[in-house]
Design a protein around this ligand. Sequence first.
Ligand code: NA7
Length: 493
Amino acid sequence: MTDTHTTPPKSARSDLRFIIIGAGMSGILSAIKLREAGLDFAIYEKADRLGGTWRENTYAGITCDVPSHFYSFSFALNPDWSRQFSPGAEIQTYFEDVAQRYKIAEEIQFGKEVTGAAFENGRWQIELSDGSTDVGDFLIAATGVLHHPAYPAIEGLDEFEGPTFHSARWHHDVSLAGKRVGLIGTGSTAIQITSAVIDEVQGLSVFQRTAQWIMPVPNADFSNEERAEFRRNPESMQTLRDQVNRSFTDGFANVLGDAESPIIRAIHDACEANLENSVKDPELREKLRPNYRAACKRLIMSGDFYDAIQRPNASLVTERIERAEKSGLRTQDGTLHELDVLILATGFRVDQFVRPMQVRGRSGVLLDEAWRQGPFAYMSMMVPEFPNFFMLNGPNSPVGNFSLIEVAELQFEYVLRVVDQVRSGTCREISPSREAMERFDAERRKAAETTIWNTGCNSWYLDAEGLPTAWPFTFDRFREEMGRPCLEDHDLR
Ligand code: NA7
């Protein structure tokens, strides 16, 4: 970090206190890293259990689409992952175990939702749902990306008489065995649900609004011998993690910004060959063929979806849903699809970030106001006039088919470097300057234009104007930026 700003020396601080909001993956990470750095923190979680995404999503077939050894903390590798891609429940157990081992679990204040945070008199004043308050020098929003379920606006939805639930609010008391199940959506979630339930349901109607490219990725078990070897020789896990990290970086995250990259074209060809080779019925194949390029939407990894959707008890409905009725969904061609259960795998509201929490920066300015045109963040984490405030996996973070654990770990390196400026007494408050924010955002928006996400499809990567919001540069650049914050871009007081 280079220091060219001249600010009057202030005294070094050993009493800094952090407020962490959320005890999902990035909240647990923050607590572990702060403790390691000898810094004091409070961690608030609105639910009664840690785990974030993995606590909330318990749908049939839930699996992480990033390989297990890469979707693990770099400092807490896990020899016991059962498969190449872990089931959600295993990931939940992993986070609970890590939080126990690092003695973070006992610090988490459960059932306490942070409703407001205001930067007043140089500190963050926090309001909680139970009426209590707290104060900290730094605020870390570890509030997740895909958190608020998006419900479809389908006329008459509440008239349907069978159980209806969102994939992120799975009703475990509803058995699907022998039932006629309707599934709305063809995102990663719906694809996983399809493969998981096809054997038990009487019929599965998948309502597809947009076809998806599917990368054929098998999910093999780790054998007992492999797991024993990971345990005996942890370095082998490290090597595996490094290899996956490198191949996801070079073979994906580094090239998403260049829609013309030969790697992206090869991914497209692999998905197209998968469709051609796996789906026998030409009519079904055409229904499943997207009219945009692979990786424009988040790429779906599945080794068994095409098999599942070709089963005799599966049907792919591509007619638009007109309305829900007592006994099912009616499509625009007039057909009533009779159903016993309706599952909404319709995704999340991705522009919420820290909301509905009210965050006020200097002079009482509301984050909602600053974000009137849509969320943004300098280097994916910080906002001008919101000093000593960081969002992990925040706006403009790299979110495309990559390990969000790796992203949060890199972001936290940045956080600690910035915090050092306050700890050492260089300043008391730090936030990006408006000028740096504008420069970063202009560069980001320009780079977003040539990304694969901007090649003519609709997805949760796009903002209200249709421009991709995710980190549009290479992932290697993200690593570099996180490793060396540019102090000149910050306003130090
Ligand atoms: P996604 O990827 O946002 O997928 C949501 C799906 O639901 C998608 O196929 C949508 O179609 C469909 N959808 C949404 N609203 C409607 C309505 N009103 N009618 C019909 N179809 C609708 O969410 P997922 O939960 O699958 O995955 C989220 C992330 O979790 C994933 O990317 C991984 O990171 C893990 P569309 O394509 O918009 O036409």
